[in-house]
Every structure is written in C-alpha cells, then in structure tokens.
Design a protein around this ligand. Structure first.
Ligand code: 13P
Length: 247
C-alpha cells in the first residue's frame, strides 16, 4: 500500500444476500470503518434500493454497454446511477466465463460507465493453466490492451483495476503476497508506458480468497491498494476487519 493512493475495499456479493443481510451491514458498518478507506458494497441489483447508509458507497456488479432499448434482462449506467451507485464492476471473470464477455466488450462497458460519470472497477486475471504455463504477464497485457486502446489517459486515470487470479477466486487458495505484488507491479508498469502519472495514481485491488487473516499482508504490498472481496464480504465482521486491515 502506498500512502499517496487512498485504500479501497469493495465487497462483491455476487448472487448472494437478502434484505436481512443488507440491514446488518447498514447497522454495523459505520463511518469509522470508512474513515481512511473507500468502502464500496456491490450487492445484487435488486437489493440496491434497500440500502440507506452514508457510511459507504454502492456499486453494481455489471452493466450493459448500451444506453437503453430492447436488451431484455440488462441494466444501464443511468439506471444504476439513479439507484445510487458510484461504481460498477466490469469484466469479472465470472461474467467473462458465464456470458462469454470479450476484452473489447468490457472496454466498451468501462467507457460507458465513465461517460455516465461513475467509476468502473475493471477486473483482470489469469486462469491456472496460464499461470502454470508461465504466461501471466502476456495474458494480463492482452486484457489491459483492450482498455488502453478504448480509453483516453484521462479516462484510464478514473478507473480502478482489480487483479483477480481465477484460481484464487472462491477456492481458499489466496495468491501469496509476493505473487500478488509481482502482478500488481507489472500492471502499474504497463500503465506507466502509457503515462507515468496515471500509473502512479491508479488504484489496483487484489481479489481472490481475501480473508481477515491474510488481508493485512496482501495490502502491505507496495502496489496493492486494497481488495475486491467475495465470500468474506458476506459476513459483516469479516468485511469490517478487512476494511480495517486497509486503514
Ligand atoms: O471474485 C471475487 C471478488 O470479485 C473474489 O471472491 P472470493 O473472495 O470469494 O475468492
């Protein structure tokens, strides 16, 4: 963690949670937790309207790349904005896998989110086979290239990047702090080739089996600016300890 960049912790509830979980978060997550950390909860879209708290921000888990129209089941940036979202996750590996989302589509989505003046949290990360073959950097570079091609330097500077190795998501196999730092450094250096100031200011989150007992060492890495938390963001005490670890 670098003290020039404000720490950031986002909880991605995925397809989990209900109104009673929302209530426990609103009751327990007070503004002390979010004093020095940007705290975001990304619940399923239907739960967004149940949140009423000024202590943390809201995010969506995905968005359409279209403005409106005949796209059954999709939701637009404007809709999420009206529902109180400040952030939208795009390119999560589960969206890439379950819905065949391409790097180009994800870059379009990020551009649309920025046009609506919200912040995209853009996910990248490799499957185990790519890591075992020693191709992590070229794989991540290809994911970043689509974004760098579609967005201006000013737009890129407004993004948050999340590195989520697929083999670490929901598996309990967290990347070691060194593995996380190696890829985070690579990502920052890759952006530095575009623009140094952009790279220095960019917040890069780690995601993949972050828990209260490993958060502190992960967040202590120089290029890890916080986390994107799945399973542990469904337990309010665990999520609070992870936010505290980022403080
Ligand atoms: O995919 C993730 C967050 O977006 C990480 O999930 P887990 O924390 O459950 O591994």
């Amino acid at each position: 963690m670098n003290n020039k960049r404000k720490p950031f912790v986002a909880g991605n509830w995925k397809m989990n949670g209900n109104r009673s979980l929302v209530e426990s978060f609103v009751a327990s997550l007070d503004s002390d937790v979010a004093q020095h950390v940007d705290v975001v909860i990304c619940p399923p879209a239907v739960l967004l309207s149940s949140f009423n708290s000024a202590s943390f921000s809201l995010g969506a888990q995905d968005v359409s790349a279209q403005d409106n129209g005949a796209h059954t089941g999709d939701m637009s940036v404007d809709m999420f904005k009206e529902a109180g979202c400040e952030y939208i996750i795009v390119g999560h590996s589960e969206r890439r896998e379950d819905h065949g989302e391409s790097n180009a589509l994800i870059a379009d989505k990020a551009k649309k989110v920025l046009a609506g003046k919200l912040t995209p949290i853009v996910c990248v990360g490799e499957p185990l086979s790519v890591r075992e073959a020693g191709n992590v950097e070229s794989y991540i570079a290809e994911q970043l290239d689509a974004l760098i091609t579609a967005l201006s330097v000013d737009e890129l500077a407004k993004c948050v990047i999340a590195y989520e190795p697929i083999w670490a998501i929901g598996t309990g196999k967290t990347a070691s702090p060194e593995q996380a730092q190696d890829v985070h450094r690579f990502i920052r250096e890759y952006f530095a080739k575009v623009d140094e100031a952009l790279a220095n200011g960019l917040r890069i989150l780690y995601g993949g089996s972050v828990k209260p007992d490993n958060a502190k060492t992960l967040f202590a890495q120089a290029d890890v600016d916080g986390g994107l938390i799945g399973g542990a963001s469904l337990k309010v005490e665990d999520f609070i300890s992870i936010c505290q670890a980022a403080n």
